[in-house]
Design a protein around this ligand. Sequence first.
Ligand code: UD1
Ligand code: UDP
Length: 369
Amino acid sequence: MRIVSVVGTRPQLIKAAALMPALRARHDEVFVDTGQHYDEAMAGAFFAELSLPRPDHSLGVGGGGHAEQTARMLLALEPILVGERPDAVLVYGDTNSTLVGALAASKLGIAVAHVEAGLRSFDRRMPEEINRVVADHLSRWLFAPTPAAVANLTAEGITSGVLEVGDLMQDLASRVGGQARDPAALAAVASGLGLPLTPGGYAFATVHRAENREPAAMRAWAFILGDAAAVRPVVLALHPGTRAALETAGLTLDPAVSVIAPQGYRTTLTLQLHAAAVLTDSGGVQREAAWLRTPCLILRDRTEWVEAVAESGGQMVVVGLDRGRASAELARLAPTADAPRLAAERASGFDLAPAGAGTAIAAALEGAA
Ligand code: UD1
Ligand code: UDP
């Protein structure tokens, strides 16, 4: 099958790297990068790190408001699809690049394959929720990562073309996660960052959701990170959009929060594996914390990854921006005296099986050709 894959953001480059070996073994892939993310640390660096090929088409759209960004991507993508004449367009997740790939393809009568179909936060204020609902309703193949995602699709009347394949990002975490296990991997990361990080001696954080870039929300999570940093150092790998929002609002973080640039995939896995706890609003990071079994506070009011939380045995908690709750959960999940031992045990025992999502997706598309 001839498939145009559309990516554009950091997590989509990571997902594309997870799927590509299986996809290219069976299909002819044309790789399109919208350029929604464009900084070296958010996009460029992942090509080398994850051995991604140079895109066949780079749209270079960059940032901007939703209308502007989406419109520019649509204008740039449509002629490429007309020229490439694929059998299918494959999109990942729930970003504006996902929406554009699904919309441009379906208007041209090209079948759409959606990876990570069926996830719902049931909060239409999130741009991601709009993107994923539209993409799902336009798709011919809906590759759902979890049973809850399948149930969400069923509830919306979508039953045809739905296949539960597992979580593609688990395939990649399984493939490269073992390299993070050795405490020497953390020592190398710590030395590269110039930070004295020891197993279980720090917390790792990321924050980038649009709702967490509002001034009131930024003040709230800044307090949460400040409280966490009073117990042990907090390392915050900061998305450039959040950095800009903090600057615009004139907000500064507690000095015990070490703000670092966005990191590579392996470094991020290493930082999560050896942390006493992870604090995040990221969809990808919360699942990785679950697979690594690192305690995780989710800095959102709800999550699409309900099974991960339910199956974590209390190790993952949706705390939103509730400062008191965050402090109490952190004290419960990562008690100061025990955190180094718990982190060392987790790292040495890390063993994650692949989900097999990549193979299942490639096979399902082949069967349909
Ligand atoms: C996007 C996705 C979000 C996903 C996230 C992954 C949408 C609506 N949101 O959010 O679902 O979780 O990517 O990280 O598609 N910026 C830079 N350099 C970059 C990229 C972004 O400076 O390389 C800054 C710009 O100020 C930009 C802002 O971040 O305007 C927002 O970027 P954008 O791609 O619109 O959305 P994200 O917040 O990254
Ligand atoms: N990630 C990364 N560097 C960072 C922060 C995150 O490589 O500094 C990885 C993370 O390990 C995960 C993915 O990016 O694999 C998640 O992407 P992101 O948080 O940007 O988006 P989301 O998953 O919330 O859509």
